[in-house]
Design a protein around this ligand. Structure first.
Ligand code: SAH
Ligand code: SF4
Length: 349
């Protein structure tokens, strides 16, 4: 509906201006926010708190956009992957990871990604386009509606895209997730490949969410090869920025380290990692590489992963092994590519 105003795309301030222009009281803005973000309303006509005449009046100039669900797949281990179509027909993926009383949603910030990390399937797509703030937020609203009465409790920006390369829209989305949907900033984690200037700008512009860095190597030589962004912001620059990063009390930076067989998983790497991260309040998530065709890279044997973790632990570092789930439906870290997948093992519900 190109001529109409999409109410989901408006910030609180813009909604107030919209209401004023339409001669609506401020109270109506609160009602709109409640219906869109808490009741997951898909259509203005569902807002029964408004009279029919008012709904029709507002409907002449505005509407509520919605992501269209294309497929919903459940993996053997309980992970769910949602493929959504945007208004222009592009598609993105979001992944829900249930865990006891938590429901974490891994959301996308871009269609594709320009960073071209050589171990990541999203990187192979290149960047198709940035998501608008409401397209980022609508992943949460849409999944909340689909899993109702359950609700998403935690958010990780670890789906498709590099969030800091879509800075302004991601910042807007972070405000709306905390203020409109009501998810605490402590329950949101933004993961970046290391766009240093944007990373340092984030705390002054957005709610204080948790920061995760995809590190993945301990030398510039290897990191240059795995993550081309390292040529622009090498390890020393990135880690110095981490040392300066203004952390809230009792918070730490999470470093993600994808372990790739014989590339970055040696004992020397583990020892170097300990030295490089000295003085940074942090924890480590070790993610054994999730293979995909054509990468030429391999997942290390489990013993190598354990040995790597042991070096870190012996040096008083907090290090978890994150076996990403959902591999049978290509929902694990680095496997999102926003395409309809017709493989037989994808149990579509
Ligand atoms: N662009 C951001 C966020 C999305 S990627 C970033 O890179 O941080 C989320 C995580 O998936 C990153 O930590 C990345 O290193 C990891 N990842 C990418 N491809 C992977 C693969 N094939 N196997 C395991 N982890 C992968
Ligand atoms: Fe982009 Fe992150 Fe994948 Fe790198 S790992 S290509 S930054 S999504």
């Amino acid at each position: 509906m190109p001529d109409k105003i999409d109410l989901k795309s408006l910030s609180q301030k813009e909604l107030f201006s919209f209401a004023k222009a339409q001669g609506l009281s401020k109270y109506r803005v609160g009602q709109l926010l409640h219906w869109i973000y808490e009741k997951y309303t898909r259509d203005l006509q569902e807002i029964t708190e408004f009279s029919k005449a008012l709904r029709e009046d507002i409907g002449k100039i505005s509407y509520i956009s919605n992501l269209a669900l294309v497929t919903r797949q459940r993996s053997k281990d309980g992970i769910e992957k949602f493929l959504f179509a945007l208004e222009d027909g592009q598609t993105i993926e979001s992944v829900m990871i249930p865990d006891d009383d938590r429901r974490t949603l891994c959301i996308s910030s871009q269609v594709g990604c320009a960073m071209a990390c050589n171990f990541c399937l999203t990187g192979e797509m290149g960047l198709i386009r940035n998501l608008k703030a409401h397209e980022i937020v609508d992943q949460i609203i849409s999944v909340n509606r689909l899993i109702s009465p359950e609700r998403i409790s935690n958010i990780v920006f670890m789906g498709m895209g590099e969030p800091l390369a879509n800075f302004d829209e991601v910042v807007k989305a972070l405000w709306r997730i905390t203020e409109f949907i009501g998810i605490s900033k402590r329950k949101i984690t933004l993961s970046t490949s290391g766009l240093v200037p944007r990373m340092l700008e984030l705390p002054g512009r957005a709610p204080d969410v948790n920061l995760a860095i995809s590190l993945n190597a301990t030398t510039d030589e290897i990191r240059d090869r795995l993550m081309p962004i390292n040529k622009k912001y090498p390890l020393k620059v990135l880690l110095d920025a981490c040392r300066r990063y203004p952390l809230q009390l009792q918070r730490v930076i999470t470093f993600e380290y994808v372990l790739i067989d014989r590339v970055n998983d040696s004992m020397e790497d583990a020892k170097r990692l300990v030295r490089k991260l000295k003085g940074i309040p942090c924890k480590l998530n070790l993610i054994p590489y999730n293979p995909h065709e054509g990468s030429g890279l391999k997942r290390p044997a489990h013993e190598r992963v354990l040995a790597f973790q042991k070096v870190l632990k012996d040096n008083q570092m907090t290090a978890f092994i994150r076996e990403s789930k959902g591999q049978d439906i290509l929902a694990a870290c680095g496997q999102l590519r926003g395409k309809r997948d017709n493989r037989e093992n994808n149990a579509c519900c």
